[in-house]
Design a binder for this molecule. Structure first.
Ligand SMILES: Cc1cc2nc3c(=O)[nH]c(=O)nc-3n(C[C@H](O)[C@H](O)[C@H](O)COP(=O)(O)O)c2cc1C
Length: 204
């Protein structure tokens, strides 16, 4: 079946895209506004997109043109932190997706501990084992549609890794670091069932 996105209801296109592109990593983004009010929300339109220098990308949708607090904050201050989400934090991560007013503090709402960052103003989630402190380097809003989105690209200026999960040689202990991925609807997946494929590919 061929599906032209422009010929279908946007909710159906959303369903198709988010069921097709799975699993998606989750960037749990903390930000702060000019008044110093904290914000925290998960984004699965998220990934790492470069490592020399390291960059991450994520994309808040603006439903009916309304900017989410995260987008407003990052555009205002030019800074954000990505906190990685592990199995034990799934419920709290989900709580921080509630549509709270801009002045509400999702750290408090979800029972999480704000920890000061080193190079940027937004706080980190103490309970998360990996944080990326980021500075916004580029933003781009897609064509103005009812649910148009903005892509935010940030340079990672500082990486925090919990000592317990860091093995010699900058390896992460994946038996301890159990990230989750986003599937369609309210579904998630674990990353505990992994397999190995060698990149040593014989070329005849
Ligand atoms: C796992 C998960 C992933 C999400 N991914 C996105 C996303 O990529 N883009 C988006 O606009 N909203 C996404 N959301 C919804 C936002 O988290 C939600 O709208 C939140 O209230 C935004 O908060 P803010 O207004 O404080 O920025 C996601 C929610 C969950 C639970």
């Amino acid at each position: 079946m061929e599906i032209h996105p422009g010929n279908h209801e946007i909710k159906d296109v959303y369903k198709l895209l988010t069921a097709a592109v799975t699993p998606r990593p989750i960037g749990w983004i903390s930000s702060i506004n000019a008044k110093g009010e904290r914000n925290l929300a998960p984004f699965s339109f998220f990934n790492v997109v470069g490592y020399d220098p390291p960059h991450v990308i994520f994309s808040p949708i603006s439903p009916n043109g309304r900017k989410k607090d995260t987008l407003a904050n990052v555009l205002e201050t030019g800074e954000f932190v990505v906190n990685m989400v592990t199995e034990n934090l799934a419920e709290q991560m989900n709580k921080t997706s509630a549509p709270l007013p801009p002045e509400a503090d999702e750290f408090e709402f979800a029972g999480l501990t704000p920890q000061a960052s080193v190079l940027v103003k937004p706080f980190r989630v103490l309970e998360s084992p990996i944080h990326f402190e980021c500075k916004l380097v580029h933003h781009y809003s897609f064509r103005d549609r009812q649910n148009g989105s903005t892509v935010l690209i940030g340079e990672v200026v500082l990486i925090h890794v919990a000592d317990e999960i860091l093995k010699p040689g900058f390896k992460i202990d994946t038996d301890l670091y159990k990230t989750i991925g986003k599937m369609e609807g309210g579904m998630y997946c674990r990353t505990s069932d992994q397999f190995f494929i060698s990149r040593d590919i014989p070329i005849k």
